[in-house]
Ligand binder design. Structure first.
Ligand SMILES: NC(=O)c1ccc[n+]([C@@H]2O[C@H](COP(=O)([O-])OP(=O)(O)OC[C@H]3O[C@@H](n4cnc5c(N)ncnc54)[C@H](OP(=O)(O)O)[C@@H]3O)[C@@H](O)[C@H]2O)c1
Length: 278
């Protein structure tokens, strides 16, 4: 147990709230921050950053969706006496080549990895929880998920494993300095296989249909997304279809000394809670 205070950014989000809960249970003082949190933190308002960083030893960084601000944040963190940064990035971030996807995460990595602080980068693959806490939940509840993804599988990871990894790195000073962990689940699945498992476990009739990236972009715009945001998500699928990030890694085993949770485990948990019912 340590008395060092950890600043958790994105504290109301899918990873931040899980990381904060683990740290509190561990006895680590937590400052949980985001735009809507009691402790307010806004990537668009650097004027408020210094007071949020005051007295902080380590930061869990969920980067902003635009390239740039993390450079200034790292400089402020260094000036405030922060010692450690743990950045949430994405699987295979240095293999994305000329893809327009992930410029935000690559910029954040550059800032964190270029800092004088003790840093660690976590690079998880697509989250299991995208199917119930995010983008794919509404289409599944409506009976069909349509995405520009075909035969190339994705090594979906359970966010409980991502949070276990982040909490371990944040509470083990020195052990993970300068390390980049590629984090995946134990097995890669196609989206069609994932949806079939969700349909079987929930007992609901839910189908999967492959569409083109252009059709997906148009569908998101029709749902009210901006053209830029829709294109960004579609670019992620184009990148995934190249197959370079389809493999599994031993990141969870290296960090936590155990195998990652299976997609089956995730699916039965969520199906039992009734989350995919209309
Ligand atoms: N989904 C995936 O499969 C996947 C896989 C790998 C990596 N990632 C990366 O994971 C990150 C998202 O993490 P997550 O899923 O834990 O978060 P999330 O569930 O998307 O929630 C976003 C969090 O950031 C906060 N936030 C949003 N805008 C902000 C701003 N301008 N200033 C300060 N805080 C802001 C939100 O809280 P407020 O609204 O209260 O500010 C919320 O706490 C992204 O960088 C994404 O690229 C995602």
């Amino acid at each position: 147990m340590s008395n060092d205070t950890v600043l958790v950014l994105g504290a109301t989000g899918k990873t931040g709230r899980r990381v904060a809960a683990r740290l509190r249970l561990h006895g680590t003082p937590v400052r949980a921050a985001s735009r809507s949190s009691e402790i307010r933190f806004d990537w668009a308002d650097p004027g408020g950053w210094d007071s949020t960083l005051d007295g902080i030893t380590a930061v869990y960084v969920v980067p902003p969706p635009v390239p740039g601000p993390v450079h200034e944040f790292v400089a402020r963190a260094e000036a405030a006496g922060v010692r450690r940064l743990v950045l949430l990035s994405g699987h295979g971030a240095d293999t994305w080549g000329d893809s327009a996807f992930g410029l935000d995460m690559r910029s954040a990595e550059e800032a964190v990895r270029g800092s004088a602080l003790e840093w660690t980068v976590l690079r998880p693959s697509n989250f299991d929880q995208n199917f119930d806490e995010d983008l794919f939940r509404a289409p599944l509840a409506a009976g069909e998920l349509a995405l520009p993804a075909g035969a190339v599988p994705e090594p979906f990871i359970d966010l409980e494993d991502v949070a276990d990894a982040a909490a371990a790195v944040l509470t083990e000073p020195g052990r993970h300095a300068g390390r980049i962990y590629e984090l995946t689940g134990p097995r890669a699945l196609t989206f069609a296989e994932a949806v079939e498992m969700i349909s079987r476990a929930s007992g609901l009739s839910i189908g999967y249909r492959q569409i083109s990236p252009a059709e997906y972009t148009a569908a998101l715009i029709e749902q009210g997304w901006s053209e830029d945001a829709a294109q960004h998500v579609a670019d992620m699928f184009v990148l995934m279809e190249r197959g370079v990030i389809a493999g599994t890694t031993d990141g969870i085993a290296t960090l936590l000394g155990r195998t990652p949770r299976t997609f089956e485990d995730y699916v039965v948990r969520v199906a039992a809670a009734g989350t995919w019912r209309r």
